[in-house]
Design a protein around this ligand. Structure first.
Ligand SMILES: *Cc1c(COP(=O)(O)O)cnc(C)c1O
Length: 494
């Protein structure tokens, strides 16, 4: 990516651009009675030293900053395990309709029937898509969906007088949030190894399940981008031991319209609407990680869920609910986007999404397998995991390859995950990328592979052409600037 600027980037911070007396907008005359200030104890004692800048200067500052960022709206973004797919812009418009965006969460139910109907229908749709009919849209993220699902499992066993089931089993390829959520839910995490093919080691699982097993958590497709071929045997083993099976369905875009989690024997799942169902993510914006359960577990769902009585809708609490998982009703705007997306593409479109996601990932896998090595070289789902160990032996790491990709205008794939793959580069093209984009990515990867032999330092120092070149990542992680820093010498600047 060549810097999108015709010349030097003005790197001054806003406070460095400040000139005393310069203002960015004109305040109107006060047309309401002046109000007394609140209690002095609530007021700041020091004067806020805000930058004084003109409006064009503020606009240029933030526009420049935004252009220095990499985004899905400017470049290819094949970030595996985190589905950075195209989110149709029309769904943004739907979420911003005044009737959606301006309603208040405390409005009486009878004044928000449309919104309640939307939530109810989305509960039905997601129940149908996953084959898990008990749905609560409340959780605000995938991790919160996991936590809610595990609390449901615990409540279910406690209710049955089986409170000793406190072990959460999960494969060594699990997404990091899985063990974290299990620990938060008070469960003991026990790891199940993968076999040489990248599948769950079924015999090891058989040896680990017992009367303490609460739940087996499985990401499907696995974080290696693979469908678990022994899934029916796995769900059977866990059920026979009296445990429940949890599907991490954060990224469902290889399964939509093809297979239902419920049909595979899963009892509980979550899905990330901000990955699979059309909410942009990556910028720290709102998300939604609905929790989905079988009929049997539906009474334990968090509250609130929307209930329909004849033709009116209201918030309700399931009989044995595990309680609230957050304030109000979840991320309503995210639910609107998911609803609009599902209604627009329909059941047929859903299946097409998955087929294209799978075809795109396999196109890349087969094109690059010879040069980069694949973690498990068989038909993959929506992502494939490269393992460039031969390149590493020549002194070039997965990190170097990722950084060099940035010079070509491509966002790095997910790196060094899953942890069980050496030098992992996890590539997810998503269903909406064109063949041209995939061909360019393949060509760039081949070019980089040539550079590894001809000029390895080109990779060691990459990226070269970006507003910021290689960062000191340890420092960036340990000492980040998270907010504007007041400058003591503000008035001296400019
Ligand atoms: C993203 C992701 C999660 C966590 O979702 P958050 O919304 O970030 O909490 C869990 N599992 C998998 C497989 C994921 O890709």
């Amino acid at each position: 990516m060549k810097a999108p600027f015709p010349g030097e980037i003005d790197r001054r911070l806003l406070n460095e651009r400040s000139v005393s007396g310069r203002i960015g907008l004109q305040l109107q005359e006060l047309d309401v009675p002046e109000q007394p200030l609140p209690d002095a104890r609530l007021l700041r004692s020091i004067e806020a030293r805000l930058p004084e800048v003109s409006q064009p200067e503020v606009v240029r500052y933030f526009t420049t900053l935004s252009a220095m960022n990499f985004s899905i709206d400017t470049n290819f973004y094949p970030l595996g395990s985190c589905t950075m797919k195209h989110n149709p812009k029309v769904n943004e418009e739907m979420a911003f309709l005044p009737g959606m965006a301006s309603i208040h969460p405390n409005q009486p139910d009878e004044t928000v029937q449309g919104a309640l109907q939307l939530i109810w229908e989305l509960q039905q749709d997601l129940g149908e898509i996953t084959g898990l009919p008990g749905v609560c849209l409340g959780p605000l993220a995938g991790a919160q969906g996991e936590y809610s699902g595990l609390m449901i499992a615990r409540a279910y066993f406690q209710d049955r007088g089986d409170a000793n089931r406190t072990v959460a089993l999960m494969p060594d390829s699990a997404h990091g949030t899985n063990p974290a959520s299990a620990a938060m839910a008070g469960l003991e995490v026990v790891t199940v190894p993968s076999d040489s093919e990248g599948n769950v080691d079924v015999e090891a699982l058989r040896g680990l399940v017992d009367e303490r097993t609460c739940v087996f958590m499985l990401t499907l497709p696995s974080t290696l981008g693979l469908f678990e071929p022994n899934i029916l045997e796995i769900t059977n083993i866990v059920h026979e031991a009296g445990g429940l099976v949890y599907a991490d369905g954060a990224n469902l875009n290889a399964l939509l319209g093809i297979v239902k989690l419920g049909d595979l024997g899963f009892d509980i799942a979550h899905s990330n609407l901000h990955k699979t169902f059309s909410t942009p993510h990556g910028g720290g914006g709102p998300g939604a990680g609905p929790v989905l359960v079988s009929e049997t577990l539906a009474p334990y769902l968090p509250t609130p869920v929307v209930v329909r009585d004849a033709d009116t809708y209201r918030f309700g609490a399931p009989d044995k609910t595990v309680g609230r998982v957050n304030g109000f009703h979840g991320s309503f705007g995210v639910l609107v986007r998911a609803y609009a997306y599902i209604r627009a593409i329909g059941a047929e479109g859903m299946r097409e999404v998955s087929e294209n996601a799978i075809i795109n990932a396999n196109y890349i896998r087969t094109a690059l397998a010879g040069e980069f090595g694949i973690a498990a070289d068989r038909v993959c789902m929506h992502e494939c995991v490269l393992s460039p160990q031969a390149q590493k032996a020549k002194g070039v790491s997965a990190l170097d390859i990722s950084k060099r990709l940035i010079d070509y205008g491509i966002h790095p794939p997910t790196m060094y995950f899953p942890l069980i793959v050496p030098e992992a580069l996890m590539v997810e093209p998503t269903e909406t990328e064109t063949k041209d984009t995939l061909d360019r990515f393949i060509a760039v990867m081949r070019q980089i592979n040539k550079e590894i032999d001809s000029d390895p330092d080109l990779l060691h120092d990459a990226p070269h052409d970006t507003p910021n070149t290689r960062l000191d990542e340890a420092n960036a992680a340990r000492h980040p600037y998270l907010r504007w820093q007041p400058d003591e010498d503000l008035t001296a600047v400019g």
